[in-house]
Write a protein that binds this ligand. Structure first.
Ligand code: NAP
Length: 316
C-alpha cells in the first residue's frame, strides 16, 4: 500500500507530527508499535506539560494525543516495523508481513532505559529489578530499595519510591549529582532517602527475587552487601535506532543525525523526538520537534509533487 507520509513511532513527537500532517491533508499512517504511546505510557504524574495546570497522568495524555491525531484522519497501526529500505524510491517500510511504500517518512521511535549490564540484573528483571519506579513502586510497599544513578530520572524515581518503600538508598558512581538543583534539594530533604557515593552495583543477590546488592566503592575497590528487596536502574536512555542502522546517518551514541531542522541525510526522511534529542528529552520538546518534522515533510512533498508534475510536462 502506498502512502504519502508514514510516521514510525507514537510518542509525543509521532502523534504531533500526525496531527499537523493530517490537518495538512497528507493522510498520514502512524505505525505506532505493538506498545504504542512511548515512554509517557510508563509515567504517572506529568506536571510540566503546558495546558494541564493540575497535571495529567502519562497514559491519559497519550490517549489525548492519539484521539487528536485520529480526529483529523490519521490512520494508526498498532504493529512493529520489522525493516525499512531507504535506498529505493518510494521508500519501503515492512510491518510484520505487510509492505508499505511512502514518499516521505518521519522517524519518531524514541528511546528506552539503559541497564547496568550484569547477568544477575538481567536474571532478576521483573523479580525486584526494574527501570521504572512509576510502574513498579507499588510492589515495594514497606520494603527497602536502591536506585542507581545521579540524574533527574534517578532523583524523580527515588522521590516517587518514598511514597511506597520504607527506605530508598541512592547509589551513585561519583560524589556529585548530575540532577537539577531542585531535584537534588527535594531528594536530599527526604528523610527516607540516603546516598552511597562513589559506588557502583557489581552484583544483585538472590535466586528468585532480589535479596541484596553487592556495592563496590569505585575509589577504594572495597565491596559491601546492602540489604534491599528492590533495585531501580535509572542511568539514562538508549535511542531506538537498530532498525535504521545502515539506512541513515546515526551518531556514535546511536541517535539519528539531523540538519536544517529535522532532515536526515536521506531525502524525504525526517526524524524527531528522543530518537534525535539526547539533550532535552521532554514530552513538550519532542512534540515541538514532531511539529517541525511535519512541516518539513509537507514542504518536501510539495516540492516533490511539483518536480514530478514538471517531469510529466517535459516528457508528456
Ligand atoms: P542522565 O542525566 O544521563 O543521568 C544518568 C545518570 O546515571 C548519571 O548520573 C550517570 O552518572 C549515571 N550513569 C550512567 N551510566 C551509568 C552506569 N553504567 N553505571 C552507573 N551509573 C551510570 O539521564 P536521566 O537522569 O535519565 O535524564 C535524562 C534527561 O532527562 C536529562 O536531561 C534530565 O534533566 C531529563 N529529565 C528531567 C526530568 C524532570 O525535569 N522532571 C525527569 C527525568 C529526566 P554520571 O553523573 O557520573 O555521568
Amino acid at each position: 500500500m502506498h502512502k504519502r507520509l508514514v510516521i514510525i513511532g507514537s510518542g509525543p513527537a509521532g502523534y504531533t507530527a500526525a496531527i499537523y500532517s493530517a490537518r495538512a491533508n497528507l493522510a498520514p499512517l502512524v505505525i505506532a508499535g505493538s506498545q504504542s504511546g512511548g515512554q509517557l505510557m510508563i509515567t504517572t504524574d506529568v506536571e510540566n506539560y503546558p495546558g494541564f495546570p493540575e497535571g495529567i497522568q502519562g497514559p491519559e495524555l497519550m490517549e489525548k494525543f492519539r484521539k487528536q491525531a485520529e480526529r483529523f484522519g490519521t490512520e494508526i497501526l498498532d504493529k512493529d516495523v520489522t525493516a525499512v529500505d531507504f535506498n529505493v524510491r518510494p521508500l519501503v517500510i515492512k510491518v510484520e508481513g505487510e509492505t508499505y511504500t511512502a514518499d516521505s517518512v518521519i522517524i519518531s521511535t524514541g528511546a528506552q532505559a539503559k541497564w547496568i549490564g550484569l547477568d544477575s540484573e538481567l536474571r532478576l528483571r521483573g523479580k525486584g529489578v526494574s527501570a521504572c519506579a512509576t510502574c513498579d513502586a507499588f510492589f515495594f510497599k514497606g520494603k527497602d530499595v536502591a536506585v542507581v544513578g545521579g540524574g533527574d530520572t534517578a532523583m524523580e524515581e527515588s522521590i516517587f519510591l518514598t511514597k511506597f518503600a520504607n527506605h530508598v538508598t541512592v547509589i551513585h558512581r561519583r560524589d556529585a549529582l548530575r540532577a537539577s538543583k531542585i531535584m537534588q534539594e527535594k531528594s536530599k530533604a527526604s528523610s527516607k532517602i540516603s546516598f552511597i557515593w562513589n559506588s557502583s552495583v557489581s552484583g544483585v543477590l538472590g535466586k528468585e527475587k532480589v535479596e541484596g546488592l553487592v556495592v563496590q566503592n569505585v575509589r577504594t575497590g572495597e565491596s559491601k552487601n546492602l540489604q534491599v528487596q528492590g533495585l531501580f536502574v535509572a542511568i539514562g536512555h538508549e535511542p531506538n535506532t537498530t532498525l535504521f542502522k545502515g539506512q541513515i546517518a546515526i551518531d556514535d551514541k546511536g541517535y539519528i543525525k539531523v540538519h536544517d531542522g529535522t532532515k536526515t541525510n536521506v531525502d524525504g526522511v525526517f526524524a524527531a523526538g528522543d530518537v534525535v534529542d539526547y539533550r532535552y528529552r521532554q514530552a513538550v520538546t519532542a512534540a515541538g520537534m514532531g511539529c517541525q518534522a511535519s512541516l518539513d515533510a509537507e514542504k518536501y512533498l510539495e516540492e516533490h509533487t511539483l518536480r514530478e508534475a514538471r517531469q510529466v510536462q517535459v516528457t508528456g
